[in-house]
Design a protein around this ligand. Structure first.
Ligand code: ACO
Length: 365
């Protein structure tokens, strides 16, 4: 019998997981038995990492904060390897190259170093690209507070730290998305956590996955005013472009993470970090995009995904758009590690098949 080929593995269930459930019909995300609403804006990033890793490592402390702080200080030594060749690369390529210097392994110390790595290396890369010296981590600080401090060279406000924690928690895990699947495939070969995380970073980088928020800022800037939205969007779709921040493989309704992040932008606005009118403008562009997508694709529900308000939130926190995907990696890394450990604990080598459609050798024809 000819095997069925599933384009994009859309209808394939490739793993059982206790880590997260993405309900694409109800627009609901559960992370280890808690709804996103119970977590986003309520716990720190180190606490969601602890929740995700629970049961997957021996002897984890209840508070991962001090160990993660020590890991940030430890991986900072690798920043010395940031040479001019790497600084010509995009932040995610430079960050990935520094992360590749970390030793492979499967123990909690490796996991903590890998969780620290995107934060410490991205901050150093962004500063070096702006001609500034790296800022040494503060092991006593919370992860989110230290990220903002390392990138800016000064402490951020409590509201900004809360907003970054909300973001990192919101994106910490999301079922078998492309980067998590990549990480699980690598883990299934027993290559080690560093290899799995490097694979995750590489898959995340693409614009169809974690690379969308930078281009969303470009789109908003190109549109400029709400009254230009319709014409700009129509022209983009006429060219065959996709609208970044819309559509999802699993959600057929609005991505619940979009609202969690929009709320965080609104809260930050009260502390006046958001450009005046920016949120209202983005909402107008979003409404125009949704209306046009409905007109053009009546049979395919396309709604707002996590990336649209990610762009606004990370912009409000003054991350450069070129580094937005690195910030996504800072959040998703704990999920990749949890999935890699889950795969190792119970899964077999992931090795699907392909159907050969090329020419046959003459003797077999
Ligand atoms: N803009 C315009 N059209 C779209 C969009 C979009 N954003 N998304 C899907 N479509 C259209 C496709 O062109 C296709 O139309 P067709 O059937 O007439 O050819 C139809 O909707 C179905 O699209 P698929 O490519 O089959 O959907 P898929 O599930 O493979 O893609 C994806 C999901 C990659 C997220 C897609 O919606 C997309 O490219 N969105 C823009 C990029 C983006 O925002 N990525 C971030 C996703 S969230 C995350 O990964 C963290």
């Amino acid at each position: 019998m000819t095997p069925h080929v599933s384009d994009g593995l859309e209808d394939v269930v490739a793993a059982e997981t206790v880590l997260s459930e993405v309900d694409g019909q109800a627009g609901r995300l559960i992370i280890r038995g808690r709804s996103l609403d119970e977590l986003a804006g309520r716990i720190r990033y180190e606490d969601v990492a602890r929740l995700l890793w629970d049961g997957f490592f021996e002897g984890l402390p209840n508070d991962l904060g001090p160990a993660l702080g020590a890991a940030r200080a430890e991986v900072f030594a690798e920043v010395a390897a940031l040479d001019t060749g790497l600084l010509d690369r995009s932040p995610i390529e430079a960050m990935r190259a520094l992360a590749a210097r970390l030793a492979d392994g499967d123990d909690p110390a490796v996991a903590l170093r890998l969780t620290a790595a995107p934060a410490v290396f991205t901050a150093a890369v962004v500063r070096a690209q702006a001609g500034e010296a790296p800022v040494r981590p503060d092991p006593g600080s919370s992860h989110a507070a230290d990220i903002l401090r390392m990138i800016r060279g000064r402490a951020a406000s409590a509201a900004e730290v809360d907003a970054l924690d909300t973001y990192l928690v919101t994106v910490s895990d999301h079922g078998l998305n492309a980067s998590t699947f990549a990480a699980r495939v690598i883990a299934s070969t027993r290559a080690g956590l560093t290899s799995a995380v490097l694979g995750g970073i590489s898959a995340l980088k693409g614009p169809l996955h974690g690379g969308a928020p930078g281009p969303i800022i470009d789109m908003l800037d190109a549109i400029g005013r709400p009254e230009n939205a319709r014409a700009w969007i129509e022209a983009a779709l006429d060219r065959g472009d996709r609208l970044m921040g819309f559509g999802h493989r699993v959600y057929r309704v609005r991505d619940p993470r979009a609202d969690a992040l929009k709320k965080a932008v609104r809260r930050l606005g009260e502390g006046s970090n958001v450009l005046p009118g920016r949120l209202a403008f983005a909402e107008a562009v979003e409404q125009a995009a949704l209306a046009i997508l409905r007109e053009r694709k009546p049979n395919r529900p396309l709604d707002t995904n996590v990336e649209f308000y990610t762009a606004l939130l990370l912009e409000a926190l003054a991350f450069p758009p070129s580094a937005f995907t690195c910030v996504f990696a800072m959040g998703r890394v704990s999920g990749w590690i949890a999935h890699a450990r889950e795969q190792l604990a119970g899964g077999r080598l992931i090795r699907p098949q392909s159907r050969y459609v090329g020419p046959m050798p003459r003797e077999a024809a």
